[in-house]
Design a protein around this ligand. Structure first.
Ligand code: GDP
Length: 324
């Protein structure tokens, strides 16, 4: 079993590659829910949605989120009627949020609803939300506290950040299956995801960080930082706000207490000595390859490189749906 800790956009691309080289039934994604929000009365779980659409072959490759070839008629009508319209939900995408909201209202847990939707979309891998309890990523700015989507989408992450916290994490429990998956895994991968607001909330759920420290599985992380900057999004700003250098060393530092292998981009070979000289992780292995998932082949290539660095044989049997 291969367990992957994931956010949304970077992680969904990685999962698309991974499902081409590993048996779908042996993949478990543990997904961040700190970005979840209620929008137009619907429970939206952006990272769970990206992983779900990615594994189902429905993800928009152009946008990196939502459904391929979607339309936005409902959004336009909502805007015309004076409703808030800064968060985009496509017309086809709406179906998933309506179904999730209905099943949650009927008393199902987020884990149950996520599994039900995955089954309807013929996904054979397991998608586990990190927790069934609400954990809300809050971004502190000079103008006040914002939830993650207000910061990321409404403000387009153009405001200064003074800190990040995960409200409710102290009372959250890992979702059913999460700790067992980490304990029983043959290999664990931290996807190329934002270490602060995608992987950070998962690690903030009591018990998960400890399980990663104690698992017998080798743990690898793929750096979302390439050439001293995030490939996309605000990971650099958020790492700086949390006192981490925006570099490979910063990623190694974020995961120092459980990381065995750091998968880094060929562009960053010059940083190897800086990472290895740090006393924090004397046994850390560095593996350099192309980590830029710009084509379907590159997604598969990164998945293969990651499995080989973990000592797991990559298979050739592709999943039933194609990588886009
Ligand atoms: P979010 O929840 O939508 O923020 O998605 P993630 O946290 O999964 O992904 C965002 C992170 O992925 C950003 O920090 C990017 O730097 C990183 N990322 C996106 N595409 C790539 C890629 O092709 N290669 C690498 N190495 N990182 C990437």
């Amino acid at each position: 079993m291969i367990v992957v800790l994931t956010g949304g956009t970077g992680a969904a691309k990685f999962m698309q590659g991974l499902q081409q080289v590993a048996p779908a039934r042996e993949l478990v994604a543990i997904v961040n829910t700190g970005d979840d929000l209620v929008w137009w009365g619907l429970h939206v779980s952006p990272d769970v949605d990206s992983i779900t659409y990615g594994l189902a072959g429905l993800l928009s490759s152009e946008r990196g989120w939502g459904v391929e070839r979607d339309t936005f008629e409902c959004l336009a009508r909502m805007r015309a009627m004076g409703a808030p319209a800064w968060f985009s939900l496509g017309d086809r995408d709406l179906a998933l949020h309506i179904l999730r909201t209905e099943l949650l209202a009927a008393g199902q847990t987020l884990t149950e609803v996520t599994a039900h939707i995955a089954k309807q979309l013929a996904i054979q891998s397991s998608i586990l939300p990190m927790s069934d309890q609400r954990v809300e990523t809050r971004v502190a700015t000079p103008a006040g506290d914002l939830n993650f989507q207000e910061y990321f989408v409404r403000e387009r992450h153009q405001v200064a950040v003074t800190g990040v916290r995960f409200a409710g994490s102290e009372n959250a429990r890992p979702a059913p299956g999460v700790l067992d998956a980490i304990a029983a895994a043959d290999a664990i991968i931290i996807a190329p995801s934002n270490p602060i607001t995608s992987i950070g909330p998962i690690l903030a759920v009591p018990g998960i960080r400890n399980a990663l420290q104690e698992t017998r599985a080798t743990v690898a992380a793929i750096s979302p930082i390439v050439g001293g900057a995030a490939v996309s999004g605000p990971a650099g700003d958020l790492m700086r706000a949390q006192g981490l250098p925006v570099s490979l060393a910063g990623i190694a530092q974020a995961y120092h207490d459980f990381l065995d292998v750091l998968i880094a981009d060929d562009l960053d070979t010059a940083e190897a000595s800086e990472v290895m000289q740090s006393n924090l992780h004397p046994d850390l292995r560095l593996h350099f390859c192309n980590t830029m998932m710009t084509t379907p082949e590159a997604k598969v290539g990164l998945a293969r490189e990651t499995l080989s660095a973990l000592g797991v044989a990559a298979g050739g049997a592709p999943a039933p749906v194609g990588v886009r």
